[in-house]
Each structure stands twice: as C-alpha cells, then as structure tokens.
Design a protein around this ligand. Structure first.
Ligand SMILES: [Zn+2]
Length: 216
C-alpha cells in the first residue's frame, strides 16, 4: 500500500500564535498574508528593523506622557483664565456615576497606547540590544496586538476638534502643547503601525527564544 508523500516543509509557514500550517505565500513589499484561523499576520514584507519599530514606539510613549500632563487647553472668558491638562479634566469629572466613563475614556486615549508601548518594549527591546527575550515576551507581543483596536487617541482628537469649533464662540481658546503632542503621537503611531512587519517581530522573537534555550 502506498503512503501519501509528506508535504514539503520548505513551502510551509506556521502561524506563530495558533500553530496553524499554511502554504508560504509569495508577497511583494506592501502585501500581507493573514492566518486563516486566528487572523495573525503571517507575512507582510516591509523595510524597517526591530530597533526602528522600538524607536517609533518610544516616541509615541514620550508624546503620550507629555499629552497627559502638559496643558491641553486654556479657556479665557470675561477675564478668567483656566488651563487644563487631560489628567485635570479626568480628575474634574471623576466623581460619582461618571467615574467609569471617565476611566474608560482616559484608558482608550492615553493609557492603552502607553501600555502598548510598554508591552512592545518588554517583548522586543532585549532582542534589539542583543540579549535573550524576557519571560512572557510572547504573551506581551500578543497582548499588544489584542489591545490595538481599543486604543483610539485619534478619535479623541477628532472629538476635541469638533468641540473646539463649538466652544470658540463662547470663550477664547488657546490650544496648549499637549494638544499638538497628542496629534503627533497619533501620526507617529499610525506611521509605526503602517511600517511594522508584525510577522518579522514574531519570527525574530522565535529565533531569539530558540537561541536562548540552546545556550541555557
Ligand atoms: Zn493563527
């Protein structure tokens, strides 16, 4: 009885997340292949290194921290002037029933993007510096991907722009540095997502884990 020939392993790729086996796609730069089972990006050829991804993500982190604490808006009306940062605004509304809403908004604007920066650095920074991955690196990289849809600073920027147009008639507004920092954070974050080859991050992590296990 003839056994079927085993598939040629050279033409196959394994999903780094769910281990589903796929035929290796042939993609040009800018193309993308997703896992059929869990949707993880398998291949998306691009040209930026892990260190460059980390640099962009650190930039987002610094801009987000600035956006959180520096003055976001000053409103002056009839001789009174009030500067407020995002944190001030959150604290001002954080009493009673509004607390959960304020925390959710704060989380989706700045806390989740900051958490994603920390997770990406936890997962990838030791590799960029030539070291072994930290414990939980795979989980950190996976969680970073899972949080992506919930981090929505850009929607807040649009909301603020709409609100500004409406308030401009009532009081004179000055936009503070935090507003511009948040816009820059959104732009740099979008650039980072567009240039990052997630499949390359997973591959590099896997290579580093194998190397660390072999030398242990
Ligand atoms: Zn998968």
């Amino acid at each position: 009885m003839d056994m079927p020939a085993p598939p040629d392993p050279r033409g196959l790729v394994v999903c780094p997340r769910c281990d589903a086996l796929h035929h290796a796609p042939s993609l040009k730069a800018g193309g993308r292949a997703d896992c059929a089972r869990c949707g993880t990006v398998l291949e998306a050829p691009r040209r930026i290194s892990v260190a460059e991804v980390l640099a962009l993500s650190a930039t987002v982190g610094v801009l987000m921290l600035g956006a959180l604490f520096l003055p976001f808006l000053s409103i002056s009306s009839m001789g009174l002037r009030n500067d407020s940062s995002i944190i001030d605004a959150a604290l001002a509304f954080s009493t009673g029933l509004q607390t959960p809403l304020v925390l959710t908004v704060l989380a989706s604007i700045v806390l989740l993007p900051l958490a994603r920066v920390a997770l990406l650095w936890w997962a990838m920074a030791p590799l960029a510096f030539g070291g072994a991955p930290l414990p939980g690196a795979r989980a950190a990289l996976a969680l970073d991907e899972d949080l992506k849809p919930w981090a929505m600073a850009e929607i807040f920027v649009v909301g603020v722009a709409v609100a500004l147009v409406k308030i401009a008639d009532l009081a004179s507004l000055t936009i503070g540095p935090a507003f511009w920092m948040l816009i820059c954070a959104v732009l740099v974050g979008t650039l980072q997502e567009a240039l990052t080859d997630r499949s390359a991050l997973w591959r590099e992590l896997e290579v580093a884990r194998t190397r660390a296990r072999a030398s242990a």
